[in-house]
Design a protein around this ligand. Structure first.
Ligand SMILES: C[S@@+](CC[C@H](N)C(=O)[O-])C[C@H]1O[C@@H](n2cnc3c(N)ncnc32)[C@H](O)[C@@H]1O
Length: 279
């Protein structure tokens, strides 16, 4: 998929993403705090947030950086950047700048940064090594790049069930390992290889559990339909009635995760870190 079609996909999903992120992204807060710990984001830090989406992790990073630090939040999709600006303004933060920019095209735009973070982005980029090299170029020596991506349970958990149904309806085969697929970095060794190939040292990957709670499988399905560009892309070529049939099957399948307190879907995230060498 070309850069243009990727940004078009995200432009089209930005409204839905921002709407749902505001009410459903809290499940990612513990993993995000771990990402920020590993990136050593603290008072005074100059932080780059890559693929900021509607800015939920931008706010967490900016609060840590404080008045003496700052965050530059970038995203390939202009409507996402606009949504992040709203989120940041609503949080009353003044230490955040934004820019519409691809992760692969950072060189010469800004920096140096003490830390770079990216939450749920690197696996979606068709050439993640080129993106990580571009991040490497704008970090200071000793600065860290931390990338959070879906982990192995993306192959078995509720996400996997939804993805497999959509792929089957869309007639997609062998899509999982393709560059830019949402599952392309579920194997921790692949995430580590991306960081090493981009020039990072002391590379490690940890895996953390997550649990997504929603009122029902129906609401969960609605969120996927409105906000998850990669999922939607699997059936985008189908006529409307066949897309609808796929979503009905997704909702039925996700009901197995419903209990007395609503929908609860476990999953896990890989958090990969590398340091730009000082020598
Ligand atoms: C799944 S969303 C994650 C958003 C946010 N980081 C979060 O966790 O809530 C992926 C984001 O990455 C952005 N994105 C995709 N490819 C990109 C690229 N090559 N450079 C910069 N941003 C990109 C999309 O526009 C979208 O906002």
């Amino acid at each position: 998929m070309s850069d243009k079609s990727i940004s078009e996909q995200w432009n089209a999903s930005a409204g839905g993403w921002a709407h749902w992120a505001a009410q459903a992204a809290d499940y990612l807060v513990p993993a995000t705090e771990t990402m920020l710990d590993v990136a050593a984001v603290g008072p005074g830090a100059r932080v780059l947030d890559i693929g900021c989406g509607s800015g939920e992790q931008t706010v967490l990073a900016a609060r840590r950086a404080g008045d003496a630090g700052h965050v530059l939040a970038i995203d390939i999709a202009a409507p996402m950047v606009a949504a992040a600006e709203k989120t940041v303004a609503a949080a009353g933060l003044r230490n955040v700048a934004t820019r519409v920019c691809a992760a692969e095209a950072l060189v010469g735009t800004a920096g140096p940064f003490d830390a770079a973070i990216s939450r749920l982005v690197l696996m979606l980029i068709p050439d993640p090594v080129s993106a990580a090299r571009s991040v490497h170029a704008v970090l200071r020596p000793g600065g860290r790049f931390v990338a959070l991506v879906p982990g192995d349970q993306a192959k078995t958990g509720f996400n996997a069930i939804a993805l497999d149904i959509l792929a089957r309806h869309g007639g997609k085969t062998n899509w999982e390992d393709k560059p830019g697929s949402i599952r392309s970095l579920v194997d921790p060794s692949r995430l580590a290889a991306v960081l090493r190939d981009a020039g990072f040292a002391d590379v490690t990957v940890m895996t953390v559990p997550t649990i997504q709670r929603m009122p029902s499988a129906g609401v969960m399905t609605q969120m996927i339909r409105e906000a998850f560009a990669f999922y939607k892309s699997l059936i985008a070529a189908l006529p409307a009635d066949r897309q609808e049939a796929a979503w009905v099957e997704v909702e039925q399948a996700l009901r197995r995760f419903e209990g007395p307190d609503g929908f609860a879907g476990t999953s896990e995230m890989n958090i990969g870190v590398g340091q730009k060498p000082t020598g």
